[in-house]
Design a protein around this ligand. Sequence first.
Ligand code: FMN
Length: 248
Amino acid sequence: MASDAKPSGKAEDTPKAAQELESLRWIRERRSIREFTGEKIPDEHIELILEAARHAPSPENMLMMRFIVIRDDQETKEFLADIAQEMAQTAFGGAPFELTSGRNWFIADPYRAAVYARLRDGELFRYPEKSDTVIIVCASDSWHDAGYIYPNELFGSVVCGMAVQNMWLTATELGYGCGYEALVCSDPRHAQLIRDRLGIPPIWVPLTAFCIGQRVSARALGPSRAPLEGLMYDERWGKPYRRIAFRK
Ligand SMILES: Cc1cc2nc3c(=O)[nH]c(=O)nc-3n(C[C@H](O)[C@H](O)[C@H](O)COP(=O)(O)O)c2cc1C
């Protein structure tokens, strides 16, 4: 279609058919990876991943996101692994798996006991120690002095979430794995320890230790997602969206 032609609104006029979309391919292939080999990643690749973060959108382009990029400081990586494991034991340890069936609903019954044993032990969450790069992503809710106060706290998280997703997709395309280790910041006492250790000022809130590394194995399958009908409404809340294939 020539650039000045008027689009007809038909699917065949769209620039690319859906199955060709590169972005959707990487969105689908992205997975949470929690096992890394400990091998190094070339600096140039890490910089490409950081470059992706820089392009995240933000309100008024105020860029209320900061990233502490930890690569050489193995002691800090182990410190984060200790916190993550301790927090996992608290988060998953209190109740036997039978009582937590609403959580992690996507794990089928025959596997729940074994998966919960791993979650309770917390070993699974020690992955910062074997990551090549751990990025402490910080958001701020104090960025603007206008008379009208935006919902800043949420905005900061949204901006950081978009930056993380940019990094995650770029790392996936480069063949690396990433894990979003929110456990390290979930307890305010842990978050304070991280602040003190890394010198994070009070107006910045550490959200996650985002880990990037060489994967032990590519993980093709992750938890399934609800179908479009389960997440989208058609024009009004409660009226399920119906995908094109179901409309005829
Ligand atoms: C805000 C947020 C918090 C998360 N917290 C953790 C976490 O603390 N530790 C972890 O290993 N994964 C964490 N995850 C990853 C999710 O468990 C994972 O994205 C989800 O189960 C879907 O799996 P997938 O990423 O492989 O598609 C988090 C993800 C998000 C977006």
